[in-house]
Design a protein around this ligand. Structure first.
Ligand code: AMP
Length: 396
């Protein structure tokens, strides 16, 4: 795996694909700077070597045309502040203007290009557009894990113009490493915790990780499809009836592989899908009609605690309950605490994919787990066992 550590950027122009797709408020101010901070180590390495950095990214979904609201010009000051170096901005990402700005660039300087998606060629993975981009740098660095699952011009196609002069940035290398630690080299026992709403959105992940784990905790809304398939009474809980057979197949496969599956045994049920609903803890196989399970129960959490604390490698994707509502967030918060404790005791923990990342941030666990993935879709596709085009392009 070629990383920035394999290169010396002295006097080189590094073309870096970063993920600056950051949220902006109505005044076009950045409201979450996580992604900019995440890109900093790679940029600093290039500058400290004596090189210059040309940053390219997309922002939002401008649909292939110029949209002033989605100009990366809005984030220049924030990037300058975070990196600690004045960032120069050019309001195009290819062509004469961009090429001129690059040729004026001196070692130690940073240039930010305009939103790549102002050109429809970007998401189409257009080769000519990628070639134009490639003219802007001597070495290509991909540090955008969030878009590594897309075969876009700047994330994948451009790499073919940099034979022996392409590598992963430190963020992307860390993401790959963290996923490998769970999927390939993780110390046993390996535990995966999958929550979230639906079996259908997690099924490929479950199938791919079953042979790699010793324990699998299934929680959240997925629980009820499994419970109903086994003959349980789930009241009004969320359920994908057409996935019941698949749920039984998964249980059978797990048994054959020697994987222990842990489902909630009790749940916090509510008489409506609302934070103000009446609640009671009930047996997961006997939920009354008119009630729905919205969080894991006390006995379940005690069991989950034992499994988490006994595991050396832990992957967490998806909340254990409807954590957006305060009254049904307890299971997810407790699980975060157990994983934090296991991490403190020396276990490796990776949290990734959409809502679980939101949960660890919201409840303050982000720096208590080993690694929080920055890429939602890319992380999920990695866990599904897919080769991400942006990663394959560097390795080609
Ligand atoms: P996902 O994006 O698949 O990880 O799903 C996350 C969503 O699952 C969150 O919005 C949760 O509110 C939801 N969820 C978790 N547990 C339940 C449940 N028991 N019933 C309904 N939705 C749930």
């Amino acid at each position: 795996m070629a990383t920035i550590e394999d290169f010396n950027f002295n006097d080189k122009k590094a073309l870096i694909r970063v993920d600056f797709n950051v949220p902006l408020n109505e005044e076009q101010q950045v409201t979450d700077t996580t992604r900019i901070h995440a890109a900093k180590p790679t940029i600093i390495k290039v500058l400290e070597d004596g090189g210059s950095a040309i940053l390219m990214s997309h922002l939002g979904r401008p649909k292939g045309e110029v949209n002033p609201e989605l100009s990366l010009g809005h984030i220049v000051d924030t990037v300058s502040e975070i990196i600690g170096v004045h960032v120069i901005f050019v309001d195009d990402c290819v062509g004469e203007k961009a090429e001129q700005a690059v040729s004026n660039l001196q070692p130690g300087q940073i240039l930010l290009l305009e939103n790549l998606r102002f050109y429809s060629e970007e998401t189409k993975g257009d080769t000519q557009f990628a070639e134009q981009l490639s003219k802007l740098g001597d070495i290509y660095i991909n540090d955008a894990f969030g878009t590594a699952h897309r075969a876009h011009a700047s994330t994948t196609i451009v790499a073919q113009f940099f034979e022996n002069a392409k590598c992963f940035g430190s963020l992307l290398a860390k993401e790959i490493d963290a996923i490998d630690k769970v999927m390939k080299t993780g110390e046993k026992p390996v535990l995966a915790i999958l929550g979230g709403a639906k079996v259908s959105s997690k099924i490929t992940i479950i199938e791919n990780i079953l042979p790699k784990v010793d324990h699998l905790i299934i929680g959240g809304g997925m629980t009820y499809t499994f419970v109903k398939a086994q003959g349980g009474k789930i009241g009004d809980s969320i359920c994908e009836d057409y996935k019941q057979e698949l749920a039984l197949e998964i249980l059978k496969k797990a048994e054959a592989l020697g994987v222990q599956i842990h489902l909630p045994v009790d749940v916090l049920a509510a008489d409506s899908f609302s934070n103000d609903a009446n609640t009671k803890e009930v047996d997961v196989t006997n939920i009354p009609d008119g009630w729905q399970g919205l969080d894991a129960g006390t006995v379940s959490m005690q069991r989950f605690k034992e499994v988490v604390l006994a595991s050396k490698t832990i992957l967490w994707n998806g909340p254990l309950g409807v954590f957006e509502m305060e009254n049904f967030a307890k299971g997810t918060i407790e699980l975060g605490n157990f994983i934090s404790e296991a991490t403190k005791n020396g276990s490796f923990s990776l949290v990734g994919g959409g809502d679980s990342v939101a949960a660890v941030k919201q409840f303050g666990f982000a720096d208590k787990v080993s690694y929080v993935s920055t890429g939602g879709g890319a992380m999920l596709e990695s866990l599904e066992g897919k080769t991400l085009p942006g990663i394959a392009a560097i390795q080609a």
